[in-house]
Write a protein that binds this ligand. Structure first.
Ligand code: AP5
Length: 256
């Protein structure tokens, strides 16, 4: 099992290279995670990437990493994107697609990838499809996490993150060892700016109108796996691995 790489290529773009790529898996996976904000995509992506030796590619993480840059390092597009994100709105398609195109090396990486938070609109899904076609890396599966709305809100409301290293906790479900402090680096935990009530409402509306239609888009391409996201992260992960291995077995049989 590999330890997490530094994700420099993805987070920084601009030709940056990851410093600890580790061993390449014999069969790299190319996976997209779908689901409403707060359903647990990031939590499952971390586990899945460790399990598959793949790279976790989160568009939200790229924007959050950009917040740490000084004003003169930010392009006008990224500056505008941070404003959309703070309010809970989706960042315009052109900005997100340009950002992913700039990082196409990560989609082509021999580790494979788990995309988390991209695509989020039909235009993004079509752009991703075209991009993957040009590098001949078709998707293996699209995982859609399902959770009742009240549980989604509870997960978002209780989330706390470490600003220093990005680790994520929950005040009830995934408590840090010492209250308010990160287990990994000891820094103080805070609430994400877009986890405030007014932004959460906007994010959930954006999910319903722009992202939910992707479920049918990927179902029609025979890629969709529905996963019940209720219960502790370990139980959700077991379900995910089970469904994924069934899907990959089916796929291998079809190809043979
Ligand atoms: P992004 O960072 O992608 O946020 P999101 O999709 O809203 O998802 P979250 O990070 O809120 O939740 P998650 O599903 O990863 O849940 P998590 O694992 O943290 O995007 C942020 C913003 O960036 C967007 O709103 C938009 O503005 C912009 N953006 C990004 N990509 C874009 C794109 N492609 N196009 C346009 N705009 C874009 O879990 C949540 C909490 O629950 C945690 O506290 C966790 O500990 C807890 N938890 C997780 N699993 C469980 C479990 N099984 N049981 C109990 N608790 C759990």
């Amino acid at each position: 099992m590999k330890s997490k790489n530094d994700q420099a290529s993805w987070l920084q773009g601009n030709g940056a290279r990851c410093s600890a790529p580790g061993k390449f898996p014999p069969a790299p996976y190319h996976i997209v995670l779908l689901g409403p904000p707060g359903v647990g995509k990031g939590t499952q992506a971390e586990r899945l990437c460790r399990h598959l030796n793949a790279c976790h590619l989160s568009t939200g993480d790229v924007f959050r990493a950009a917040k740490c840059l000084s004003d003169n390092q930010l392009t006008p597009a990224i500056k505008a994107a941070l404003g959309y994100m703070r309010r809970g709105d989706l960042v315009p398609d052109d900005t997100v697609i340009d950002m992913v195109v700039e990082r196409v090396r990560c989609l082509n990486c021999q580790h494979g990838f788990v995309l988390d938070g991209f695509p989020r609109t039909l235009a993004q899904a079509e752009a991703l499809e075209a991009l993957l076609e040009t590098i001949n890396k078709p998707l293996d599966a699209v995982v859609n996490f399902d959770l009742p709305a009240e549980m989604v809100v509870e997960r978002i409301a209780g989330r706390r993150i470490c600003k220093a290293c990005g680790a994520s906790y929950h005040i009830k479900n995934q408590k840090p060892k010492a209250e308010g402090l990160c287990d990994s680096c000891g820094a103080a935990l805070t609430q994400r700016e877009d986890d405030r009530e007014e932004s959460v409402r906007v994010r959930l509306e954006a999910y319903e109108s722009a992202t939910r239609p992707l479920i049918d888009f990927y179902r029609s391409r025979n890629l969709l796996l529905n996963i019940n996201a209720e219960g502790p992260p370990a139980d959700v992960f077991d379900r995910l691995c089970f469904e994924l291995s069934l899907a990959m077995t089916r796929k291998r049989r079809t190809v043979a």
